[in-house]
Design a binder for this molecule. Structure first.
Ligand SMILES: Cc1cc2nc3c(=O)[nH]c(=O)nc-3n(C[C@H](O)[C@H](O)[C@H](O)COP(=O)(O)OP(=O)(O)OC[C@H]3O[C@@H](n4cnc5c(N)ncnc54)[C@H](O)[C@@H]3O)c2cc1C
Ligand code: FES
Length: 272
């Protein structure tokens, strides 16, 4: 079920350079949301900017969460990139914000119990989309690859550790943290050195160039790979067709990131 509802800002703080964590008390969405889904957030009370902005849910606390004060809250981790996200940095505790969600489809996990190896590959702020999945995948063997331009773009490392990740590997393009190079190079060289660890499920989110590189890298592999795509969105619920992506499904060659996605099988996407 999807709601349009007001949430109350609990906290909004900078976590690192251009990245902020926004906690909103919004029980209907917190109760309903699943890994991979997102909300459309009205960033301004006036008409500028007019369009809502899409954000993944980093964490949600259901109404039976053991810590009473967290119950019904959502956590969004966002990067200040433009007008809308600049407005979000001005949100203050106690303020009302208008949300629509949860929206979109969700990641699917291998059935429990299982000994399947799960690989998460995130680039930049894309890694935050994978965190709720890591929490849901507790009990699986989890390998996390986090990439960014510099150390300032490496997010959520500690949270993935607390979520039980078996291994966390980091790549930065300038070499300021971890391996120097792209996260896909790191993933490939790790695979070569660990050929006994066959990844069975790969989940990824990040810039298009990174996802294209991942598509090439795993072309000959058997692993199932789901990605969460980002697109500019108008409505967020399937009405405007402003967010389409080309797929190789002959019956539905164009699919909406907000409705049929944002989670797709990597091999179904036709990169243009
Ligand atoms: C399903 C989904 C989930 C998302 N989850 C998160 C999240 O958890 N955290 C987060 O920080 N961001 C997330 N994004 C991206 C976020 O929606 C945009 O960064 C935001 O809308 C930018 O708004 P703005 O007004 O600040 O920027 P604008 O002024 O609109 O644009 C500034 C710059 O950002 C680029 N940009 C804007 N929107 C997008 C987009 N959707 N994808 C890629 N580039 C964009 C523009 O091309 C431009 O260069 C998500 C996007 C989608 C579709
Ligand atoms: S944003 Fe309107 S259809 Fe996807």
């Amino acid at each position: 079920m999807t709601f349009q509802t007001d949430g109350i800002v609990v906290r909004n703080q900078r976590i690192k350079s251009l990245y902020f964590a926004l906690t909103i008390h919004c029980p209907p969405i917190a109760e309903e949301v699943r890994p991979g889904q997102f909300v459309m957030l009205k960033v301004s009370k006036d008409r500028s900017p007019l369009l809502r902005r899409p954000f993944s849910i980093y964490r949600s606390y259901r109404l039976d969460h053991p810590e009473r004060r967290k119950r019904g809250s959502l956590l969004i981790v966002y990067k200040k990139v433009g007008r809308g996200t600049q407005k979000m940095t001005e949100f203050r505790s106690g303020q009302k914000v208008d949300l629509i969600g949860p929206l979109g489809n969700r990641f699917s996990l291998p059935p429990f119990p299982s000994s399947k190896n799960i690989i998460l590959v995130g680039g930049g702020v894309g890694i935050v989309t994978l965190y709720s999945l890591a929490e849901a995948a507790r009990g699986h063997k989890l390998f996390v690859f986090i990439g960014g331009r510099t150390a300032k773009d490496i997010l959520c490392e500690e949270d993935f550790r607390n979520a039980g990740a078996s291994k966390i590997l980091i790549a930065t393009e300038d070499g300021s943290q971890g391996h120097q190079g792209t996260v896909i190079d790191l993933f490939l060289s790790w695979q070569k050195g660990h050929n006994k660890i066959e990844p069975e499920y790969i989940y990824s989110c990040g810039p298009v160039e990174m996802l294209k590189a991942l598509a090439n890298a795993i072309e000959s592999q058997k692993a199932l790979c789901q990605i969460s795509l980002e697109a500019r969105m108008g409505c967020g619920f399937g009405a405007c067709w402003g967010c389409v992506v080309k797929t190789n499904d002959p019956k539905k060659p164009y699919q909406r990131v907000c409705k049929e996605g944002p989670v797709f099988n990597l091999r179904d996407i036709v990169w243009e």
